[in-house]
Ligand binder design. Structure first.
Ligand code: ADP
Ligand code: ADP
Ligand code: ZN
Length: 215
């Protein structure tokens, strides 16, 4: 099952991907999580990426293409992959096709999760994250114990880029650089629309109804 989860920041890609990865037993590959881990560990890659991430700008394509190429070569991707947050530009999408052709695992479906802008801002302003990649929301999806991750018990934090001015910049980057990929994948016949509003469970079952066709 070879899947891209597409959609603006805050659409619920990470939230859905975590559950989908468990349900279908395929790895969840989030370029945002990979970049944040590098920033935390202070790697060269993290040092290069941090300035862009803090401003809500996209990290340069060559950096992301390198990351994704290495990650998809790992053995856990044999049964499939769930990409979250990649591709975000046309050069990234072209590079992905080339990489997938070489490894013989072509993309089967791109799920475009749609949520209105104002709702995205509300979601991101109230988002609380865990370093394990789980994301929560103070109102919409609170953890069982305040400020503690249900999955791993670590303390939750708010991302530096989940501030309103940076959120607006991320939404602008999305519209300018990423949204054109909707047509790109529509033309390839790979795009499926998902209504991202409503309960997390409802969105999950809508996605499973689609993905069950690719099992
Ligand atoms: P993305 O990975 O697309 O940026 P997340 O999965 O991190 O988005 O979700 C953004 C925020 O919205 C999180 O705080 C999450 O708990 C919340 N959220 C996710 N899905 C829903 C939903 N269907 N309804 C309300 N809030 C949601
Ligand atoms: P979101 O909640 O916006 O979906 P992500 O966790 O996917 O956030 O990404 C956080 C930041 O990491 C982005 O604002 C961007 O700076 C960087 N980033 C992640 N994935 C990519 C990508 N494919 N191309 C360029 N930059 C990326
Ligand atoms: Zn956790």
């Amino acid at each position: 099952m070879n899947v891209v989860l597409f959609g603006p920041p805050g659409a619920g890609k990470g939230t859905q991907a975590k559950e989908l990865a468990k349900h279908y037993q395929i790895p969840h590959i989030s370029t945002g999580d990979i970049l944040r881990a590098n920033v935390r560990d202070g790697t060269e890659l993290g040092k290069e990426a941090k300035g862009y991430m803090d401003k809500g700008e996209l990290v340069p394509d060559e950096v992301l293409i390198g990351i994704i190429k290495n990650r998809l070569a790992e053995s856990d991707c044999k049964p499939g992959y769930l990409l979250d947050g990649y591709p975000r530009t046309t050069p990234q999408a072209d590079a992905l096709s080339a990489i997938l052709e070489v490894i013989g695992m072509p993309l089967e479906v791109v799920l475009d999760i749609d949520v209105a802008d104002e709702e995205l801002v509300t979601r991101l302003c109230g988002r609380h994250m865990c370093t394990c990649g789980e994301s929560y929301h103070m109102k919409f999806n609170p953890p069982e114990k305040e400020n503690v991750c249900d999955a791993c018990g670590a303390e939750l934090y708010q991302r530096d880029d989940d501030k309103e001015d940076v959120i607006r910049q991320r939404l602008d980057s999305y519209k300018e650089k990423t949204q054109p990929l909707i047509n790109y994948y529509k033309e390839k016949g790979l795009l499926v629309d998902i209504d991202g509003t409503g309960a997390i469970d409802r969105v999950f079952s809508d996605i499973c109804n689609i993905l069950d066709q690719y099992k």
